[in-house]
Ligand binder design. Structure first.
Ligand code: 13P
Ligand code: SF4
Length: 325
């Protein structure tokens, strides 16, 4: 039996004995996506974690995704394969500085991208992901200013779409900012028949040239339903696994980056391996825990996101005060 086959066998046995479920993001390697119970974008994974009746959730993605699951389901054991699976948006938005910014705009509604720490979620009014962000922005009363962070590219894209008055935190995704607008222009001239699709974490010059902008699940859906035979894709390369499975007939081209390197891979997502997943299920560690007082506050903004996403009517806070946790 090959090492890979024996690892998969171990994982499937451990999943049963631990009453565990594996949730994997689209940016994971194909072998990880293939053993997962659910594969999806950030919103879908958070929803599946909340719905799940499993005792243990192993989140094959990055740590902020696992934190969201833990915050929404505090009684579950939440595992990650590698605690170093961070995100440049999280490391680029330190709590104290973000709090200062938040306090300086206490009357604004703080909309925070899910790619953020639990602390940032705790001082926000509502969370969004790339798949529900437009709906969240449109649900906010028109007379309220909006503070958006930590991804300035997603924020600017939302302001252009909605026409809303927004202030942005200067954060970005270290992977998506590498897609190059000039190279993309040249590639489009070479492939005039291609449909160009991009994640909104890309910079304005790239987004301006795209036919479709959306979350990972939106981009996958476009490839699945659009009869075109060629696509230029500006997002992390893990998404190609599902795209190739559903459209083996289509030519799928990676949008160009600055240099000849694997920069279109998220170094944090790619820390996860089958071996680390097997070990985590076997040893029940590393676990992701969020201190309860912090989790309680972060849950408020995550629940607000879930309610708006489901079309429920919600109220918006009037002024922000520094919380204690
Ligand atoms: P999605 O929510 O679209 O899956 O995006 C997550 C992410 O980290 C993009 O870089
Ligand atoms: Fe964070 Fe970018 Fe990786 Fe997504 S692709 S997890 S935004 S670093």
């Amino acid at each position: 039996m090959s090492t890979q086959t024996s690892l998969i066998k171990d994982i499937l046995e451990l999943k049963k004995s631990r009453k565990a479920e594996i949730l994997a993001h689209f940016y994971e390697d194909g072998d990880i996506q293939d053993i997962a119970d659910h594969v999806g974008d950030s919103l879908y994974l958070a929803q599946q974690g909340q719905k799940s009746s499993a005792d243990v959730i192993l989140l094959a993605g990055v740590v902020f995704m696992a934190e969201s699951v833990k915050i929404l389901s505090p009684n579950k054991t939440v595992l990650v394969p590698d605690l170093n699976a961070g995100c440049s948006l999280v490391s680029g938005s330190p709590y104290k500085e973000y709090l200062r910014w938040r306090l300086a705009h206490a009357n604004h509604i703080a909309v925070t991208y899910v790619n953020s720490s639990a602390e940032l979620k705790a001082i926000s009014d509502v969370i969004c992901t790339s798949s529900n962000a437009e709906k969240i922005i449109n649900a906010i009363p028109k007379d309220r200013g909006i503070l958006f962070g930590p991804d300035k590219n997603l924020g600017r894209y939302l302001a252009r779409k909605s026409g809303r008055d927004m202030l942005f935190w200067e954060g970005s995704c270290e992977v998506h900012v590498l897609f190059n607008a000039q190279h993309l222009h040249n590639m489009k001239l070479e492939h005039p028949d291609a449909v160009v699709i991009a994640h909104p974490e890309c910079e304005d010059g790239v987004l301006a040239q795209c036919d479709v902008i959306g979350s990972t699940s939106r981009l996958l859906a476009e490839v699945q339903k659009n009869p075109a035979k060629k696509f230029i894709v500006a997002t992390e390369d893990g998404i190609f696994h599902q795209m190739r499975k559903s459209r083996p007939d289509a030519v799928l081209l990676q949008a160009p980056i600055d240099e000849a390197c694997s920069c279109n891979q998220c170094p944090y997502m790619k820390l996860n391996t089958l071996e680390k997943i097997r070990n985590a299920l076997r040893d029940l560690k590393p676990q992701v825990n969020v201190p309860p007082p912090l989790a309680k506050l972060a849950q408020v903004s995550l629940n607000q996101m879930m309610d708006v996403t489901q079309g429920k009517s919600v109220t918006w806070s009037s002024r922000f005060f520094e919380p204690k946790f």
